[in-house]
Design a protein around this ligand. Structure first.
Ligand SMILES: Cc1cc2nc3c(=O)[nH]c(=O)nc-3n(C[C@H](O)[C@H](O)[C@H](O)COP(=O)(O)O)c2cc1C
Length: 133
């Protein structure tokens, strides 16, 4: 199995970033392809980890890479894994009105089995996003 972690910047103006459209496509495709992971967005940045069979990750990442809803995609790691770190595929989005504590708790739960490398990147970006709000 293979795991990719990347960050990118939304090209869709405003707070929306077509999260509903992305969520629907991803839920559908990832369930079929055996892809698990986590997509995080604050409306401006994306951070996503995808993991699963080599072929599924290659094809999924190729589609994600050319998607014009984001740009400046930077791969933080791309590595073989023995076991999945995420039980399913989920998406987390913090709206400005969401209480910080509940959101933090949710992220901690979603990242509970993630490697230190992966969870550190998510928490770093989350904290940066919160700081310049
Ligand atoms: C930030 C971001 C994350 C995405 N994540 C996934 C994903 O995990 N799985 C997926 O199939 N498509 C994902 N997509 C959508 C793909 O880029 C592409 O639009 C979609 O897979 C096409 O699916 P369709 O041919 O079923 O319409 C993502 C797009 C963006 C912008």
């Amino acid at each position: 199995m293979r795991q990719i972690l990347y960050v990118s910047i939304s090209t869709v103006p405003g707070d929306k970033a077509d999260l509903v459209g992305i969520l629907e496509q991803s839920r559908h495709n990832n369930a079929i392809d055996g892809v698990t992971g986590l997509l995080w967005s604050d409306g401006r940045h994306f951070m996503q980890v995808i993991e699963g069979p080599e072929v599924s990750i290659k094809e999924t990442f190729a589609r994600i890479h050319v998607d014009t809803r984001h740009h400046q995609l930077e791969v933080l790691h791309d590595r073989p894994i023995e076991n999945r770190e995420f039980g399913g595929w989920s998406m987390a989005h913090r709206r400005a009105t969401d209480p910080v504590d509940a959101y933090d708790a949710q992220m901690r739960r979603l990242l509970s089995r993630a490697s230190p490398f992966v969870s550190r990147h998510f928490f770093d970006l989350m904290n940066t996003g919160a700081a310049d709000r």
